[in-house]
Design a protein around this ligand. Structure first.
Ligand code: MTE
Length: 417
């Protein structure tokens, strides 16, 4: 970026919106110009919140180590050896192709043979404990659902970028989310087959990835959510057998809930008449902070449902030529379809409506686009989504230590040349 940085005079002419954003966060004009010349918009945004702010922006690794997943990691932003973050700018349509779908593992992807695989359904809240084969599962009535799947920590890095407070955990930007067409059976059909009691309280899902915490990644669903007809056990993603990285042969898909609920490589289901507690509802995937008093055995408030968000399908930071651009992005809410997406090029003072492209199916995200006449300089674009029941992205989000549920409009830095 440095060699293309504008001179102070060019900056004064071209960078007004960025300056307005920086000024609204207390930066002096002199400091603004110094940073703009030294490091462009990224440096200005970083300094709006503190010295480390943009150190968490995605940078592809030049010489990647051997990867603990099966798919080609090249199109992704690598997050240590546990995550492949989708570059949203590689997406164009509504469906995220399998080879571009983000991966989040707590250990490594595993290769499970469908013929050896069994799903056990057990626990004191089922009358008929049973074991199902892959063919048994596929013989049950199937359900097709378009749904997004989002990691609980998606947008986490923005706590640092926007608020200057770094949350613990993988520093995802905006690409720990994807939207797919899933085919599977309703979890409730399997539980019904096993004779689930009306007294069931918790349904524990356990993965076969034994190197993950607790000897298999696991998540506790309330019985009510487990019995929701949209909670699936999926074996197809976008017309193909579930890819290995996404949980072959069978995974849970819990639309609208944190991605951790969608347990991959599913091997065991335990229905219990008691509230169950695991790492993933006591210490992990829990909102911890002043506003979140402990609940049950949890250190704070367990995160269950996701929250309304939007993001642009552009690199962060982006670089565009001056002139008109059709910019697109994606918005999703667990509560209802997206009703409106607005965009702002002046730090959020004025907002215009983006167009929503196409009908939003099932639990899908919405694709939006708008035409932006980009003038030279350091710019910032923001988007704000509203859903059909009136939820909107807020101006500010309270901090929590593990960085969940960040959904302030993201100030996306763009150098227009
Ligand atoms: N299931 C198992 N067995 N092991 C895991 O590590 N990660 C969870 C969830 N299911 C995980 C898992 C998390 S944190 C997320 S965000 C989603 O899977 C990611 O799904 P994906 O890798 O298919 O995109």
């Amino acid at each position: 970026m440095q060699e293309n940085a504008p001179s102070p005079s060019a900056a004064e002419q071209d960078a007004e919106p960025l300056w307005e954003y920086a000024a609204s966060r207390g930066m002096s004009r002199r400091e603004f110009l110094r940073l703009l010349v030294a490091g462009g918009s990224a440096a200005v945004l970083a300094a709006c919140v503190g010295p480390s702010a943009l150190s968490s922006t995605p940078t592809p690794t030049a010489t990647p180590p051997a990867a603990p997943w099966f798919k080609d990691p090249a199109p992704f932003i690598r997050r240590d050896d546990k995550g492949l973050e989708t570059r949203l700018e590689t997406l164009h349509g509504v469906i995220t192709p399998n080879d571009l779908f983000f991966v989040r593992n707590n250990s490594v992807s595993i290769d499970v043979s469908a013929s050896d695989w069994r799903l056990s359904v057990e626990g004191d809240a089922v009358a008929e404990p049973m074991e199902l084969t892959y063919d048994d599962v596929k013989a049950l009535p199937s359900r097709t659902l378009i749904s997004y799947l989002e990691c609980a920590g998606n947008h986490r890095a923005l706590f640092d970028v926007v608020q200057g407070r770094k949350a613990s955990g993988t520093q995802w930007m905006t690409g720990a989310v994807g939207n797919g067409e899933w085919v599977g059976v309703a979890l409730r059909d399997v539980l019904t087959l096993a004779g689930i009691h009306a007294s069931a309280v918790s349904v524990l899902l356990v993965g076969l990835d034994a190197d993950s915490p607790e000897g298999g990644f696991r998540y506790v669903l309330p019985a009510e959510k487990a019995m929701d007809p949209d909670t699936l056990l999926a074996y197809v993603l976008n017309g193909e057998a579930l890819p290995k990285d996404h949980g072959f042969p069978l995974r849970a898909l819990v639309p609208g809930w944190v991605g951790s609920a969608s347990v991959k490589w599913l091997g065991r289901i335990v229905a219990s008449s008691r509230q169950l507690w695991t790492r993933n509802n006591t210490t992990s995937y829990v909102l911890i902070g002043d506003r979140y008093p402990p609940e049950g055995e949890a250190q704070g408030k367990p995160v269950t449902e996701q929250i309304i968000k939007s993001a642009l399908a552009l690199p962060w930071p982006a670089e565009l030529a001056a002139g008109k651009h059709r910019v697109h992005g994606y918005a999703h809410s667990p509560a209802a379809p997206i009703a409106r997406v607005q965009w702002s090029a002046d730090g959020g003072r004025e907002w215009a409506d983006a167009e929503l492209s196409g009908r939003q199916a099932d639990r899908s995200w919405a694709r939006f686009e708008f035409v932006w006449d980009a003038a030279r300089g350091e710019r910032v674009l923001m988007t704000r989504a509203t859903d059909a029941v009136g939820n909107t992205q807020p101006d500010s989000v309270p901090f929590n230590e593990k960085g969940y549920l960040f959904n302030q409009p993201a100030p996306h830095p763009i150098r227009v040349t």
